[in-house]
Design a protein around this ligand. Structure first.
Ligand SMILES: *Cc1c(COP(=O)(O)O)cnc(C)c1O
Length: 521
C-alpha cells in the first residue's frame, strides 16, 4: 500500500470534497500517528550532565556512531502512547460482538485484586512457604472449576484454549499408551474451531471430519459410524460454533466410550451453560475452559489467557505437573513426576511454572463476586441477549437456524445480501462507520457467509437496542439497494478499506529507516 507523506494510505481523503481535505492528515480529534522512530527529531526529555571521562578510563569503548534511538520531548512521548492507546478498539470503548471470542466486560474489581501486592508482585520462584495464600487461591479456583463442571481433576497450567486442547489430547495419548493400544484417529465435526484439528495434528493424530446436519448439529449417526478401534477421541464443542446445543451429546458420549475412545469437549463456549449443566454429567473426559472468555479476564491484546483443563476419572491420573496438593503442612506444588502421589502418572509438563496467576486471580474474583447463582445467571443472561438479537433481526437478516432458540450466539448468513450489490465484507465494514466492531465473519465454515454475533450478558438492553437499530437500518438499506454507504466502507475510520489478503500474505513486520533520511542525519 502506498503512503503519502502524512503516513495515510493514498486515496484516504476520497470521502471528503477536495475543499475540506485535511491539512494535517488528522481527522477531527482522531490523530494520525507515525512510529516513534519516524517522529523522533533529536530532542531529549531530560538534561543529562556532561560527564567528562578520560579516554584512558573508557578503555577504547567510546561509541563511534549514533545509537538510533528516537529523541522526543516528554509531552511528545506521552501524546504518542496515548494516541496509540486510542487506536485500539476495546470492550471498554464499545460493544464487541465477536462470536466465539466472548468479549465481555472485565470488572474493575478483578483488576484491583490482581494488583494486590501479594498477587501482583509474586515471583514463581519464591519459596512456597511465602506463597501459601496464592496457592490457596489457586486451590479455591480449582475447586470452583471442578464443582461447576462435575469433573474430579483440573490441570491449571495451560495458557490458552488451544494450549488446553493440547494438554487434554496429550493426557488422552498417554492413557491410550498406558492401555498398550495404538489409536491414531480423532473425529472432529466440520463446524469445529480451527484450533481443534490443528491441535489433533500437532499431537500426532490424524483428523477425520464429521459432517453437520442441516439443522446445524453434528451428524451423530455419521459420527457413530466412524467409530472404531483406531479412534482415539472425538473433539466436540458444546454449545457448538453455530451457537446451538448438541442435544445428542449423552448418546454420543456413550457410543464413544463403548468404542474405547475418549471424549474431548472444546469448552470455549462454557459461558453459555456454566451453572446450568455439568459437563461431567454429559460423559466428557477432558475439556478446556477459557478463563479469558467465560470468567471475564482480558484476552487478545489485553493480556494473556488461561486454559485450565478439567479431566474425568479416566484421565485424571495423567494430569501434567505441577500438581497442587494440600496436607497438614499447607499447600505444595509437586514439580517432579517422581514425587507425585500414589496413582498419579503425570504425562509431563505444559510450560514452566504453574500458569497465569494474574488470570487466576481475576477469574476467582469474578466467581466469588458473582457466587454460584450469579454465574448461572450470567449464562442465562448471555443466552437471553443472543436470543433477543436473533429475534430482533431475523426478519431483515437471514438466520440459517433461526427457527428455534439459540444459545449464547446468534448466527446469521449473507443470503439477505444476495442481489443487493452489497458484499458481506461491505456490510461488516459499514458497521465500523457506526462505531461497532464487526461480528465474527465467515465462521463457522459450515454456513456460507456466516456472521456470528455474541453479545454476552454484560450488555444492557439499552445497548442491545442501539446495536439492533444500527444493524436493522444497515440491513434494510442494503435490501433497498442503497449501496452508497457500503461501497468502500469504512469512510469515517482513520483508514479506509485495507487489503486484508496482502496484510496476511505479505505482512510488513519490521520498520526500516529511510536510507536517505538516515544518511542526511
Ligand atoms: C477461543 C476458542 C478456542 C481457542 O482458545 P484460545 O484461548 O484463543 O487459544 C478454541 N475453540 C473455540 C470454540 C473458541 O471459541
Amino acid at each position: 500500500m502506498s503512503m503519502n507523506n502524512q503516513g495515510r494510505p493514498s486515496g484516504s481523503g476520497e470521502a471528503f470534497p477536495a475543499s475540506i481535505a485535511t491539512i494535517s492528515g488528522d481527522r477531527g480529534l482522531d490523530h494520525e500517528e507515525g512510529l516513534i522512530f519516524e517522529l523522533g527529531h533529536g530532542a531529549t526529555g531530560v538534561d543529562l550532565p556532561d560527564v567528562q571521562i578520560s579516554e584512558s578510563r573508557l578503555g577504547g569503548a567510546r561509541r563511534s556512531g549514533a545509537i538510533g534511538l528516537p529523541g522526543l520531548s516528554e509531552p511528545e512521548v506521552i501524546r504518542h502512547y496515548v494516541r496509540l492507546s486510542r487506536k485500539n478498539y476495546a470492550i471498554d470503548s464499545g460493544l464487541y460482538p465477536l462470536g466465539s471470542c466472548t468479549m465481555k466486560h472485565n470488572p474493575r474489581l478483578n483488576e484491583k485484586m490482581a494488583r494486590l501486592p501479594g498477587f501482583g508482585d509474586l515471583h514463581p520462584l519464591a519459596p512456597q512457604s511465602t506463597t501459601q495464600g496464592a496457592l490457596e487461591a489457586i486451590s479455591q479456583l480449582m475447586n470452583w472449576l471442578t464443582t461447576l463442571t462435575g469433573m474430579p481433576a483440573v490441570a491449571m497450567s495451560p495458557k490458552a484454549g488451544a494450549h488446553g486442547e493440547l494438554c487434554g489430547l496429550l493426557a488422552i495419548r498417554t492413557a491410550i499408551q498406558a492401555r498398550g493400544e495404538d489409536r491414531k484417529r480423532i473425529l472432529v465435526p466440520e463446524s469445529a474451531h480451527g484450533t481443534n484439528p490443528a491441535t489433533a495434528a500437532f499431537a500426532g493424530f490424524t483428523v477425520d471430519e464429521v459432517p453437520a446436519l442441516s439443522n446445524g448439529r453434528v451428524d451423530a449417526e455419521a459420527l457413530k459410524a466412524k467409530l472404531g478401534p483406531d479412534v482415539a477421541a472425538i473433539m466436540l464443542t458444546n454449545p457448538n460454533t453455530c451457537g446451538l446445543f448438541e442435544g445428542e451429546i449423552v448418546d454420543i458420549a456413550k457410543a464413544v466410550h463403548e468404542a474405547g475412545a475418549y471424549f474431548y469437549c472444546d469448552g470455549a463456549n462454557f459461558n453459555a451453560i456454566a451453572g446450568k449443566v455439568r459437563p461431567g454429567d454429559l460423559g466428557i473426559d477432558a475439556m478446556h475452559i477459557n478463563l479469558h472468555k467465560t470468567f471475564s479476564t482480558p484476552h487478545g491484546g489485553g493480556g494473556p489467557g488461561a486454559g485450565p483443563v478439567v479431566l474425568s476419572d479416566r484421565l485424571a491420573a495423567y494430569a501434567p505437573i505441577p500438581l497442587l496438593v494440600a496436607d497438614k503442612n499447607g499447600f505444595r506444588l509437586i514439580e517432579d513426576a517422581a514425587d507425585a502421589p500414589k496413582g498419579a502418572k503425570p504425562f509431563g509438563r505444559m510450560c514452566a511454572f504453574h500458569g497465569q496467576m494474574g488470570m487466576f486471580t481475576r477469574a476467582l474474583t469474578y466467581m466469588l463476586s458473582h457466587g454460584r447463582d450469579g454465574v448461572r445467571q450470567a449464562s442465562e443472561d448471555a443466552v437471553l441477549s443472543a436470543n433477543y438479537i436473533l429475534a430482533s433481526l431475523k426478519d431483515v437478516m437471514s438466520a440459517p437456524f433461526g427457527d428455534g432458540p439459540c444459545m449464547h450466539e446468534a448466527l446469521f448468513d449473507d443470503s439477505f445480501l444476495d442481489g443487493t450489490g452489497v458484499t458481506t465484507l461491505d456490510f461488516a465494514k459499514a458497521m465500523i462507520d457506526e462505531g461497532y466492531h464487526p461480528m465474527t465473519m465467515y465462521f463457522p465454515l459450515v454456513v456460507h457467509g456466516a456472521m456470528l454475533i455474541e453479545p454476552t450478558e454484560s450488555e444492557s438492553k439499552h445497548s442491545l437496542d442501539r446495536f439492533i437499530h444500527v444493524l436493522r437500518t444497515l440491513a434494510t438499506e442494503a435490501r433497498e439497494k442503497k449501496t452508497e454507504r457500503f461501497a468502500g466502507a469504512p469512510h469515517l475510520a482513520p483508514r479506509r478499506r485495507l487489503d486484508e489478503t496482502a496484510a496476511a500474505r505479505k505482512p510488513v513486520l519490521r520498520w526500516k529507516p529511510d536510507p536517505l533520511k538516515a544518511a542526511a542525519e
